[in-house]
Design a protein around this ligand. Structure first.
Ligand code: NAP
Ligand code: ZN
Ligand code: ZN
Length: 355
């Protein structure tokens, strides 16, 4: 039987989130029902709630795609997880499963993806995300949280988007081996995960930030080797031609030429920050030609890679650094996120929120 679920939703673009009730589907043979413990707040939630991407966002919208929970029940055909185990859901809850990308475990590139919220599922109904007490998802789209992380679930939730989105371009571009020099633009949810992964891979990581106040923590706690303030042209110039790879997690206009010039010859700048489509950046072709440099994009990650990332985090003891909040504090959290005032991810404690 479909069952009622408490949630928080935005009723229309840009309005404050407020309590909302929805129905989750009956647990089918391939489904897993998670009782949600924590849900991270991604900057994409804010872009979508404010309809900044012009993607035909659906309202009422229950955001949330960084979900961890305890398996409450499973359908008869489920083999991946058992009742009582910890499961996790990211940005996708379905895809066509038959295209070349789905077959290749790159569901994020499927032409018919079903996003965790603000999408229409195969049953023709809107999807609702993790700012809710329960979720029912097909087992293909659930990952298993390693036992080693089961007592740190607030910090595990953000791995499902901030983690995999930083991980994927680092892996695509061969940064998951020691001795690389990596730059990370923006020390927010995605950026701080990129720093943690870079350090764990054995790289020298340089944080490139607009927030001088994050310097000490970036180096002493997150393990960055260097911190440069992007507002200071001298500090930027001092790093010219030194980096193998730069990950751009910032979604505000900036002069990309300044970042391309940080790359060594054959270096790669991968961008994941997702500003509104009205913004586009300009790069002088010569800035890329001299040094045969590359500029790339990257979108989240597939389910297989997400499980590999989680397993790596389990082995290395990596979780996101989070500020745990209650659901009722979400609107204030959004305002703080816009001001880059979060160290470094909000994680909503669903049980403590007592919806
Ligand atoms: P976040 O936690 O808000 O971090 C963004 C960071 O940008 C801030 O911490 C800040 O770092 C920096 N920043 C620089 N100038 C800023 C300004 N004027 N105002 C605000 N912040 C500024 O965001 P996030 O969750 O990491 O997400 C970052 C971007 O990636 C978003 O656009 C999000 O939608 C996108 N995203 C993309 C994908 C994908 O698949 N490609 C997946 C998830 C998210 P400093 O203080 O260090 O400067
Ligand atoms: Zn996200
Ligand atoms: Zn597909």
């Amino acid at each position: 039987m479909p069952f009622p679920t408490k949630a928080y939703a935005a009723a229309a673009p840009g309005v404050a989130l407020a309590p909302y009730s929805l129905e989750r589907r009956d647990v089918g043979p391939n489904d897993v029902h998670l009782k949600i413990k924590f849900c991270g707040i991604c900057h994409s939630d804010l872009h979508l709630v404010r309809n900044e991407w012009n993607f035909g966002a659906l309202f009422p919208m229950v955001p949330g795609h960084e979900i961890v929970g305890v398996v409450q029940s499973v359908g008869g055909a489920v083999t991946k997880l058992k009742e009582g185990e910890i499961g996790a859901v990211g940005c996708l809850v379905d895809s066509c499963r038959s295209c070349e990308y789905c077959i290749d475990n790159e569901e994020q590139h499927c032409p018919k993806p079903t996003y965790t919220y603000s999408a229409i599922g195969a049953d023709g109904k809107p999807t609702y995300g993790g700012y809710s007490t329960d979720i029912v998802v097909d087992e293909r789209f659930i990952c298993k949280v390693p036992d080693a992380l089961k007592d740190q679930l607030a910090g595990v939730a953000p791995l499902l988007c901030a983690g995999i989105t930083s991980w994927m371009p680092m892996v695509y571009h061969g940064m998951n081996k020691p001795g690389k020099k990596i730059g990370v633009i923006g020390l927010g949810g995605l950026g701080h995960m990129a720093v943690k992964f870079g350090v764990a891979f054995g790289s020298e990581v340089t944080v490139i930030s607009t927030s001088e106040g994050k310097r000490e923590e970036a180096m002493k706690v997150l393990g960055a080797s260097q911190f440069i303030n992007s507002k200071d042209p001298k500090q930027m110039a001092s790093m010219s031609g030194t980096l193998d790879f730069v990950l751009d997690t910032v979604a505000v206009p900036k002069d990309m030429n300044l970042y391309v010039q940080l790359l060594k010859p054959r270096g790669v700048l991968a961008t994941v920050g997702a500003p509104p489509p009205t913004y586009s950046f300009q790069i002088a072709p010569m800035a890329m030609i001299l040094g045969s440099k590359m500029v790339a994009g990257s979108a989240i990650g597939g389910l297989k890679a997400t499980q590999e990332m989680l397993d790596f985090c389990g082995e290395k003891g990596i979780t996101a650094m989070v500020e745990v909040i209650k659901m009722q504090e979400v609107n204030e959290a959004y305002e703080r996120m816009v001001r880059a005032d979060v160290r470094y991810r909000f994680s909503i404690d669903m049980e403590a929120s007592a919806l």
